[in-house]
Design a protein around this ligand. Structure first.
Ligand code: AMP
Length: 502
């Protein structure tokens, strides 16, 4: 077990007034309870107000949304939009994130006479068209639905002089970069562009080089590092003990509000069923097999503390701002360090502290080797020792295939999931959820699901091709129901599905 604690991220010495925000916005942040700017806000707001392009590297929970919505409101105030010609565009990878950003605009912009529209899949296209027709200042959109509406002539981007690409690393992961490139070509050259990302892989660096003009770079955290406001524990728990251990953890009074992450949608369902049979009724589920309204409703109930526990897939891992999540439990270790950073980043947000507990199984040495790289230095030794133990034990087993630390691929067969330890396992929920979540609206909304079968794409410097290929294959089966080699009952062994009588 490893235990790491650290202090929450500090706020800035400067006030919102000193950053150059108007009195109207100062009143609005005060009303929201913000006493002083967070570091990303302190660094990002002044250059954005000056009209500069910006590359912002900030971890989740750092306050980056207000870091761009506040100066954006300031810059757009006073002018009016024309029909179908938005003045600003914010691109988000998922519908939930887009809704969250629109909420931030509505909260901070209630004293401004600006109009907003949420352009996402899974909701009425007609309503969005009507809204655009009336004239909208700021569009918050996922790429797929925006391109659909553009294709139908419902939106023109020639007057969009303020452009934000949020969660760029997530966009990359979900294969949205070609869409972003297409959208960028529809914008005027003379514009202000902001790009935010939690991590800065080479592909995002190249993307920034091609889309931003001499950007100001701000960074409030080491890229790809796990948030230090979270006490992070790793517990080796056998499959048979896992449910009992989870129950113990959930019964602790300190667990005020908890997210439990599973790697697959079927596993989420099964775990929810099991927990209910064990007597936990204060819970809900969130994954890509739910409809958009069901997903929004699950989030709403969790946010409002109507349920204490949300069992979810990685659809909830990135960027979602749910206040006061006290605990994150990883029922399964995520496939990569990057996913780990995002999952545990759901707690310890905005100056609070949180706790994460990750279950480690017998076959998890490869995943753990990827995760250890993003842990704070002081906790790595202990986790490395656990990896050594797992590796030594694995070597004695018949099916052992060595992996090289730090390289993707390889992977011994994972007896728990039935797959191999590669990041984008075909059974992984991630890609599919992300796509369902984000711009790919599927057939139901005049979606563009078939587009992937079209022309071969020209190789771009920012496309990492191994990943891009698997992303594309993930996307092309958008409408394929999830198959699972354990059948409908998914990843849980029988004894968890039928709890012992008490
Ligand atoms: P974000 O990283 O943008 O998702 O923001 C995380 C949370 O921090 C949200 O709940 C914001 O309302 C909150 N927040 C943003 N800025 C501040 C601030 N200056 N002071 C306190 N809370 C903030």
């Amino acid at each position: 077990m490893c235990f790491v604690t650290d202090s929450p991220s500090p706020t800035s010495d400067k006030s919102f007034a000193e950053l150059g925000l108007s009195q109207v916005l100062q009143a609005s942040v005060a009303e929201a309870g913000y006493e002083s700017p967070t570091p990303i806000q302190a660094q990002a707001i002044p250059p954005i107000l000056e009209g500069q392009d910006l590359l912002g590297i900030a971890r989740t929970g750092s306050g980056k949304t207000a870091g761009f919505t506040l100066p954006m409101l300031e810059r757009l105030a006073g002018k009016r939009a024309r029909a179908r010609m938005p003045r600003a565009l914010i691109l988000e990878p998922t519908r939930e994130l887009a809704a969250q950003v629109e909420e931030s605009l509505a909260t901070h912009g209630k004293r401004h006479r600006l109009t907003y529209a949420l352009i996402i899949g899974g909701t009425s296209m007609q309503e969005q068209q009507d809204r655009l027709q009336k004239g909208v200042d700021i569009l918050v959109a996922t790429p797929g639905r925006l391109l659909d509406l553009f294709g139908r002539g419902q939106v023109l981007l020639a007057d969009t002089k303020f452009f934000v690409i949020d969660e760029a690393d997530r966009m990359l992961d979900m294969g949205f970069i070609p869409d972003i490139e297409k959208i960028t070509r529809l914008l005027p050259r003379a514009r202000q562009t902001l790009l935010f990302s939690a991590t800065l892989p080479q592909e995002i660096r190249s993307l920034a080089n091609s889309f931003l003009r001499t950007p100001v770079e701000v960074s409030v955290d080491a890229p790809s590092s796990a948030t230090t406001s979270v006490a992070q524990r790793f517990e080796r728990v056998g499959v048979r003990e896992r449910m009992a251990r989870l129950e113990d953890l959930l019964n602790d009074d300190s667990v005020v509000s908890a997210l439990i992450f599973c790697n697959r949608k079927t596993e989420v369902r099964d775990l929810v069923r099991s927990l209910r049979r064990y007597g936990h009724h204060d819970l809900d589920e969130l994954h890509g097999n739910l409809t958009q309204p069901e997903r929004m409703e699950a989030l709403r109930r969790f946010r409002k503390h109507e349920v204490r526990i949300l069992v979810c897939s990685d659809v909830a891992a990135r960027g979602l701002d749910i206040p006061q999540v006290s605990h994150v439990f990883n029922w399964d270790l995520p496939y990569s360090g990057d996913d780990y950073v995002h999952r545990i980043g759901r707690t310890g947000r905005a100056g609070r502290t949180g706790v994460s507990v990750s279950f480690v199984g017998d076959d998890d040495e490869k995943r753990l080797a990827d995760i250890v790289k993003v842990l704070p230095q002081e906790s790595r030794d202990e986790v490395n020792r656990l990896i050594e133990v797992l590796t030594q034990e694995a070597e004695t087993r018949d099916d052992y295939r060595p992996f090289e630390r730090g390289l993707s691929g390889g992977g011994r067969r994972d007896r728990r999931t039935g797959g191999y330890g590669n990041r984008r396992n075909a059974q992984s929920d991630d890609g599919r959820d992300g796509r369902g979540n984000g711009g790919r609206d599927g057939g139901g909304n005049g979606g563009r699901g078939g587009k992937q079968g079209g022309k071969a794409r020209v190789k771009k410097p920012y496309q990492s091709h191994g990943k891009a290929r698997s992303r594309r294959s993930n996307r092309s089966d958008a409408s394929t129901p999830q198959t699972d080699d354990k059948g409908d009952t998914g990843g849980l062994p029988a004894f968890l599905r039928n709890p012992p009588k008490r």
